[in-house]
Design a protein around this ligand. Structure first.
Ligand SMILES: Cc1cc2nc3c(=O)[nH]c(=O)nc-3n(C[C@H](O)[C@H](O)[C@H](O)COP(=O)(O)OP(=O)(O)OC[C@H]3O[C@@H](n4cnc5c(N)ncnc54)[C@H](O)[C@@H]3O)c2cc1C
Length: 304
């Protein structure tokens, strides 16, 4: 493999990378997809909101996609981790993996997603992905009308978060784990809507078998709640290889990309959560398709 040049290496086999591989494989492009198999949604039992697969287990969704891809001899699926990549002679990319594989490719796609750095509240890991979630579009329906909490601060965006979560339940409290950063007028708006604001530090999240039961504040108060959303999961890029290749970062902590995920480095693309921080499965699949089409088009012009 080291001496052959494949058309595209895709790092990351979540919905974004798998979708790009499908388009490119069907375009007779030789694709090597390398996935370490640690997606951020592995903690959750059901993935919601993707048409025809609403409520499917995240791993089941990826397994179905891999099964479909195995029909295409143009796509080589590898369980491995891309540990480095560099520009090689002739404008190619050379990618190296943990298992010692070296692959040279004309194009390189990062669909490596994000990793969370969750707040360090005792008990959070017991409930995260079970009854406390990052995204209401993913899990709001399952928690509709339940006694909910919004956990965390996020300062300037806090009120927007509250307005959003209130879509799914009017029985809502906000625990900011420190000063909320809201004006007196904004606090009054919460009060008028019956939304209690707790600015005391959060001591722990209590639960039973993954089910949140109450939030313990440092001053000893217990707030009974059965579900919650986080304002911020501390998500950061899963890999800094694109940065080593010369891709800059946006102030909000994601890579700088242009149309179809193309970066300022010719032939280097970034798609899915790695591009947008949180695309959802449908968004990631769509980005993989879009980038796959753009890459095939660019290769077709090169081959002309
Ligand atoms: C708790 C939780 C629940 C969610 N629930 C939903 C939901 O219900 N519905 C929904 O639409 N979305 C949901 N999401 C969001 C969804 O998981 C993501 O938006 C989506 O998976 C992004 O797809 P992706 O392909 O960009 O990244 P990912 O799915 O994260 O896939 C990235 C892959 O790249 C691999 N990788 C990383 N670095 C390397 C490397 N160096 N080499 C090789 N492989 C690498 C990772 O291990 C992973 O397998 C949820 C997210 C979380 C955190």
């Amino acid at each position: 493999m080291a001496d052959q040049v494949v058309d595209v290496v895709i790092a990351g086999g979540g919905p974004a990378g798998l979708s790009a591989a499908l388009v490119l494989g069907r375009s007779l492009r030789r694709v090597v997809l390398i996935d370490e198999g640690k997606p951020r949604n592995a903690v959750t039992r059901r993935s919601h909101g993707f048409l025809t697969r609403d409520g499917t287990e995240p791993e089941q969704l990826r397994m179905l996609a891999r099964e479909e891809l195995r029909r295409y001899e143009t796509v080589d699926l590898r369980h491995d981790t891309v540990v480095s990549a560099e520009r090689a002679a002739g404008g190619f990319f050379q990618s190296h993996t943990k298992e010692g594989l070296r692959v040279t490719s004309r194009m390189l796609v990062f669909a490596t997603g994000m990793k969370e750095k969750l707040p360090e509240w005792p008990g959070l890991l017991d409930v995260y992905g079970r009854s406390v979630f990052p995204c209401p579009y993913c899990d709001g329906w399952e928690l509709r009308d339940a006694p909910l909490a919004l956990l965390g601060s996020c300062k300037s965006k806090l009120l927007a978060h509250v307005q959003l979560i209130r879509t799914w339940s009017r029985d809502l409290v906000v625990c900011t784990d420190g000063p909320a950063g809201l004006s007196a007028e904004e606090k009054e708006q919460l009060h008028e809507r019956g939304i209690a604001l707790y600015e005391q530090p959060i001591a722990a999240l209590a639960s039973s078998d993954g089910q949140l039961t109450h939030i313990e504040l440092e001053d000893g108060q217990h707030i009974a709640r059965t579900g919650a959303f986080l304002t911020d999961t501390g998500a950061h890029e899963a890999t800094d290889i694109p940065r080593q290749l010369g891709v800059g970062m946006e102030p909000r902590g994601v890579y700088q990309t242009g149309n179809h995920g193309l970066t300022r480095i010719p032939g280097l693309y970034i798609i899915g959560d790695a591009k947008h921080a949180f695309t959802g499965v449908a968004g990631a699949v769509s980005e993989g398709y879009e980038a796959g089409v753009a890459i095939n088009h660019a290769l077709a012009i090169e081959d002309w």
